[in-house]
Design a protein around this ligand. Structure first.
Ligand code: URA
Ligand code: SF4
Length: 226
C-alpha cells in the first residue's frame, strides 16, 4: 500500500527530470495524512533546497501568518509544491519538469484526500484551471470531485505588493467558510441520495439546490460548481 513516507522516499532519490542534477535536497512536502487543507506551491527556493522542507524562508513565514489568521496551525495542513526540486536560480519550472513530477503530487492528493486544495501561484493553479488568469479567479472556490480548489496568489509575490497582500489575506480568511460549505454540500448530496432511494420518494432535491445553500453565516456562498 502506498503511503506518504513511501512517496517522500522516492522523491528524495528521484532522477526523473533535470532538476535532480542541481538540487541539494529534494522537498517532498510535509503535514499529516489526514489534513483537510492541502497547499500546493510552485517549487523549493534557496532555503527549502538547503533544508529539504517546504516554505521555510521569508514566504514560509508569511504563509505561517496567513494560516494562523485563517485559524490553522501549520502542523495541521499539508504543504507541498508542483516540483519537488529547486529550479536553479529560482527560475520558472519547465513543462517537462512539472510533468515528470506530477506523479508524486497526484499520489499525495490521493493519499491525503483533502477537503480543500489551495493553489499558490500560477503553476499550481494551471494544474486545475488551465489557461485561467490568477488575477481573475483568485479566492474563488470551485467544487471538483467533492472537494474545493481555491487558487490564490503566491505568498512570495504577495509579501511585497500591498494589493496582492490584501487579496491573499482576504482569500485565506475565507477558508473555514469554504470547508463548511463543502461539508454541507456533501451532506445534502448524501441526503438527496437517501431520499431518492427511499420507497416513498417523490422528487429528490437536485444537487444545484444543495450547492446554493451556503454555510450558515448569513453571507453569500463562496462555493461554485463547474
Ligand atoms: N515557494 C514555493 O513555491 N515553495 C516553497 O516551498 C517555498 C517557496
Ligand atoms: Fe524528480 Fe520531481 Fe525532483 Fe524532477 S523535480 S527530479 S521529477 S522529484
Amino acid at each position: 500500500m502506498d503511503d506518504l513516507n513511501q512517496v517522500a522516499s522516492e522523491v528524495r532519490v528521484c532522477q526523473k527530470c533535470p532538476l535532480a542534477a542541481t538540487r541539494i535536497k529534494a522537498v517532498p512536502g510535509e503535514g499529516p495524512a489526514n489534513a483537510e487543507v492541502m497547499l500546493i506551491g510552485e517549487g523549493p527556493g534557496f532555503n527549502e533546497d538547503k533544508q529539504g522542507r517546504p516554505f521555510v524562508g521569508a514566504s514560509g513565514n508569511f504563509l505561517n501568518e496567513l494560516l494562523a489568521a485563517a485559524g490553522y496551525k501549520r502542523e495541521e495542513v499539508f504543504i507541498t509544491n508542483v516540483v519537488k526540486c529547486r529550479p536553479p536560480g529560482n527560475r520558472d519550472p519547465q513543462p517537462n519538469e512539472i510533468e515528470a513530477c506530477s506523479e508524486y503530487l497526484e499520489r499525495q492528493m490521493l493519499l491525503i484526500n483533502p477537503k480543500i486544495i489551495v493553489t499558490l501561484g500560477r503553476f499550481s493553479m494551471s494544474k486545475f484551471f488551465p489557461g485561467a488568469k490568477i488575477s481573475a479567479i483568485h479566492g474563488q472556490a470551485k467544487l471538483m470531485n467533492g472537494r474545493a480548489v481555491v487558487p490564490m496568489f503566491h505568498p512570495a509575490a504577495a509579501l511585497h505588493q500591498p494589493a496582492l497582500r490584501q487579496s491573499i489575506e482576504d482569500d485565506f480568511r475565507k477558508l473555514k467558510q469554504i470547508i463548511a460549505e463543502v461539508n454541507q454540500s456533501a451532506a445534502s448530496t448524501l441526503a438527496s441520495k437517501a431520499v431518492s432511494q427511499g420507497p416513498a420518494s417523490k422528487k429528490a432535491p437536485s444537487q444545484d439546490d444543495s450547492a446554493d445553500n451556503g454555510a450558515d453565516n448569513g453571507g453569500e456562498s463562496q462555493l461554485s460548481l463547474f
